[in-house]
Structures are given as structure tokens and as C-alpha cells.
Ligand binder design. Structure first.
Ligand SMILES: *Cc1c(COP(=O)(O)O)cnc(C)c1O
Length: 361
């Protein structure tokens, strides 16, 4: 049988492993930062009827530019945004891929400050863009002056800032984003996948858009919006950035059904975002509980908590799994990340952690 290494695959893909958060069917799944609350019966009915009416037109291609959805998303974001400044695709991962196809590519570089979202370097590589790894501080924050020095040294074509950061939960002050924007020679992407979970008073990089034509702010419906299965991500930027993305996107990339479902979700945002306060409270309680048990837990502005430290995190991960609780082995070597679930799920997480600590630590 032909193995991968026998195929004439691109040299820069040889020996790589694919993204692979385990999808394991266990009672308590706290590993991919999904919102644990599913849609209400009423919302399911509205989704079904919108999909049913859209289905009558499935012989036709979708609106290639998803104008109605982009208008709805611009409206949701506020900040005076309009459809021509918003772009949508199949998850913010596809948005990020399109950004790299347009602004990265062979001979170009992208830079991020790690630990951060593991998909940024993977998407960069897929787009033949060399990845440059910058560093965050001990406390997972970004030292703006050091970041600027690294940017001036490497002159990356695309800079990624993730705020709140995954997997650490750390939000960046706008002053740091503005400092990076002034230093960066190319595009700056602020990945705000978790913005809705940030503690109040945490401003969005959207406020910087009017003065920064090379800034792109990305968002997703996968987390706070509780629509991970729908696959919709989006961005806000200058209209010229959206024009650049039109050059690389596949025609009709966002299906009629996806557009219809996403529009219903945006219309029901009060319900979908209604759990955010509960999840924030549960997050803060989780941080306190872990610290109370003598563990370290990073301050979080997202719907997950990075905690440790464990000399052998794999052993703790496996022991938790044996208790029916799936967390994520990600980030710096001695840490684990737990997504914030329902109150019941977090009680199960605490019980499992207690058992594992008595047994192993
Ligand atoms: C989850 C996540 C995304 C979202 O990906 P989708 O493709 O929209 O589901 C983007 N950025 C970060 C940092 C994330 O953690």
C-alpha cells in the first residue's frame, strides 16, 4: 500500500502531523472551547424553517458575496461597520487561510507570539508562508517593546495577535495592539475568537480600525455564539482588504444553507449569547477553585482556563479521561486547558480533578 511518504507531496509538508484535537465520545467534553449550551427548541425550529425555504433554491449557487449575512454581522459588530468592511467564510480558520493566501505566500513570512493558537502556524504552512515564532512573557502577556523589536528584526508580512489568547486566556491591552500596528510593515491580524467572553472593560481592536487600514479583526460564531457546527467565521477590515480576499476565495464558498442558518443565529443573538455571563462566572469560579487546590491557573478572559503545573501532564490528562472528563493537552509542556462547560460539567471536572490529585499527585 502506498504510504504518505511515497507520494509526491510538497517538501514543506513532509513529516508534518495534522491538527488533531481528539474527538472522543465521553460524558464531559471540555477540550475544544465549544459553548456547552445548545440551541433552544424554538431556535431549532427557526433554523429548520429558514433552511427549508433556502432548500427550495438549492439548484442555484449561493449569493457569492453573502451580502445579507455580512450586513447582519456588521450590524452585530457595531462600530459603524458596514457590509463592505466585513467578510465571512466557513469558520474563522477559512478567513485566516484566505488572509494568508492574499497577504502571505511563497517567500513571505507570518509571525505570532507563542504560546498561542496552534492553527496559526499550521494555516501559514498550508499557504506556503514561513512561520516566525515570537515569544510571550512568563505570565503569558505580551511585552510590546520586545514584540516591536522582533517585528523590526524579522519584518513579517503578516503578524498575528490573539486576544483573548488561546490557550492562555490572556487579553492584550489596546496600547500593545496599537504599538504593534505602528511597527508592523504588513498586515496585522487580531484574532478575537473569544472577545465576547472578555471581562467587562476589555476593548475590542475594532475601535482601532478607522485609523489602521492594514488591521484585520477576526471573529467566529463557533464560541460565544454557540454555533461551532455551522462553520461561520468573519472579519472586519478596510474595504480594500475585503477586495483582496475576493481574489483568493473560492467562488460560492459559503453555502446557501450555511448563510441561512447563520442569519437566523445572528437574529437570535440574545439567546445564543445569553449564556456568556454564566460561562464567565463559571470560568472565574474554576480559576479560584484550582488556585484553592494549590494549582496555578492563568487569568482568563476566555471560556477556558489554562492550569498546571504537572511534571507529567499526559498522565493527568489520561487519568481525567478515565474519569470521563476530556480536557486538552495543549500549550506549554506542564499545563492543561479546560473549557468552561455547564455547572454540572464543571462539578464533574472538579470531582475528577480531586480524585486524580489524590491518586497521582
Ligand atoms: C476556536 C478558535 C478559532 C475559531 O475557529 P473557527 O474556524 O471559527 O471554528 C479561531 N481562533 C482561535 C484563537 C480559536 O481558538
Amino acid at each position: 500500500m502506498t504510504s504518505l511518504s511515497d507520494l509526491p507531496i510538497r517538501d514543506d509538508l513532509r513529516g508534518l502531523t495534522p491538527y488533531g484535537a481528539p474527538q472522543i465520545d465521553v460524558p464531559v467534553r471540555l477540550n475544544t472551547n465549544e459553548n456547552p449550551y445548545g440551541p433552544s427548541a424554538e431556535l431549532v425550529a427557526d433554523l429548520a424553517s429558514a433552511v427549508a425555504s433556502a432548500a427550495a433554491d438549492l439548484n442555484r449557487y449561493p449569493d457569492r458575496d453573502a451580502v445579507a449575512l455580512r450586513t447582519d454581522l456588521a450590524d452585530y459588530l457595531g462600530h459603524g461597520l458596514t457590509a463592505d468592511r466585513v467578510w465571512a467564510a466557513n469558520g474563522s480558520n477559512e478567513v485566516l487561510q484566505q488572509i494568508l493566501q492574499a497577504f502571505g505566500g511563497p517567500g513571505r513570512t507570518a509571525m505570532g507570539f507563542e504560546p498561542s493558537y496552534s492553527m496559526h502556524p499550521i494555516i501559514a504552512r498550508g499557504a506556503s508562508t514561513e512561520w516566525i515564532s515570537g515569544a510571550r512573557e512568563e505570565d503569558f502577556g505580551l511585552d510590546a517593546e520586545k514584540a516591536v523589536a522582533a517585528i523590526e528584526e524579522h519584518r513579517p508580512d503578516v503578524v498575528f495577535l490573539t486576544s483573548p489568547n488561546n490557550p492562555t486566556g490572556t487579553a492584550l491591552p489596546l496600547s500593545a495592539v496599537a504599538r504593534v500596528l505602528r511597527a508592523a510593515p504588513g498586515i496585522v491580524v487580531v484574532d478575537e475568537a473569544y472577545h465576547e467572553f472578555a471581562r467587562s472593560g476589555t476593548p475590542s481592536a475594532l475601535t482601532l480600525l478607522p485609523d489602521h487600514p492594514r488591521l484585520i479583526v477576526t471573529r467566529t460564531m463557533s464560541k460565544a455564539f454557540a454555533m461551532a457546527g455551522t462553520r461561520v467565521g468573519y472579519l472586519a477590515a478596510a474595504p480594500a482588504v475585503v477586495e483582496a480576499l475576493l481574489l483568493v476565495r473560492l467562488p460560492y464558498h459559503l453555502s446557501t444553507l450555511t448563510q441561512a442558518a447563520a442569519r437566523v443565529a445572528v437574529a437570535h443573538r440574545a439567546e445564543l449569547l445569553g449564556a456568556v455571563d454564566r460561562l464567565r462566572a463559571e470560568r472565574d469560579a474554576t480559576v479560584d477553585w484550582l488556585r484553592g487546590r494549590g494549582l496555578e491557573a492563568a487569568d482568563s478572559d476566555a471560556n477556558f482556563v489554562l492550569y498546571g503545573r504537572f511534571a507529567d501532564r499526559r498522565m493527568v490528562w489520561e487519568a481525567l479521561l478515565a474519569e470521563g472528563v476530556l480536557v486538552r493537552e495543549v500549550g506549554p509542556p506542564e499545563w492543561l486547558r479546560v473549557s468552561v462547560g455547564t455547572g454540572e460539567e464543571m462539578a464533574a471536572f472538579r470531582a475528577a480533578m480531586r480524585a486524580v490529585m489524590e491518586e497521582l499527585l
